[in-house]
Write a protein that binds this ligand. Structure first.
Ligand code: ZN
Length: 159
């Protein structure tokens, strides 16, 4: 962990807040996918967030494309937008590992979600740890990702 002075820290916080707002207003990879190979439906009853996630996996279990539809609060939409952006190009093993790291990190803190990968922008979601009720908004898309990869037929719920 690199020590940062307070000024830089609050500048970073502002940057992350802007990133969340940007992704919630202009979500990436938003829309359907007629030729999806995997999909999952996720709901967060606590907040009313709903999303449907589509994945297109290649022959070597690589995530060739990802897209989502649905409606929800800014955090849930921004998280889905960031998630789809990041997992495209990963293989399913890497994606499931990242799902585990992120859900653990957001629920319990600790760990380092940036790891060795270039996942700096996921730190934008760090702020939600101060609001336990919103953690489920941030993790919904990741639960849907895991469910789609595992080909679970039941919708995922954060409850
Ligand atoms: Zn929400």
């Amino acid at each position: 962990m690199i020590a940062v002075d307070l000024k830089n820290d609050s500048e970073l916080q502002d940057l992350y807040r802007e990133l969340i707002l940007d992704h919630s207003r202009n979500p990436r990879h938003f829309g359907g996918m007629p030729d999806a190979t995997h999909q999952a439906h996720g709901i967060n009853p606590l907040c009313g967030d709903k999303l449907h996630l589509y994945l297109k996996l290649g022959a070597n279990q690589e995530i060739r494309d990802a897209a989502f539809e649905g409606s929800g609060c800014a955090i849930s939409v921004a998280s889905a937008s960031l998630m789809t952006d990041i997992v495209i190009g990963m293989n399913t093993e890497e994606a499931v590992q990242l799902f585990g790291e992120i859900t653990r990190h957001l629920a319990h803190g600790g760990g380092n979600i940036a790891g060795t990968m270039d996942l700096g922008k996921l730190r934008a979601l760090d702020g939600v740890r101060e609001f336990p009720a919103r953690v489920k908004c941030a993790t919904l898309a990741w639960h849907a990702l895991n469910s789609a990869i595992q080909q679970q037929s039941d919708p995922v719920s954060t409850e």
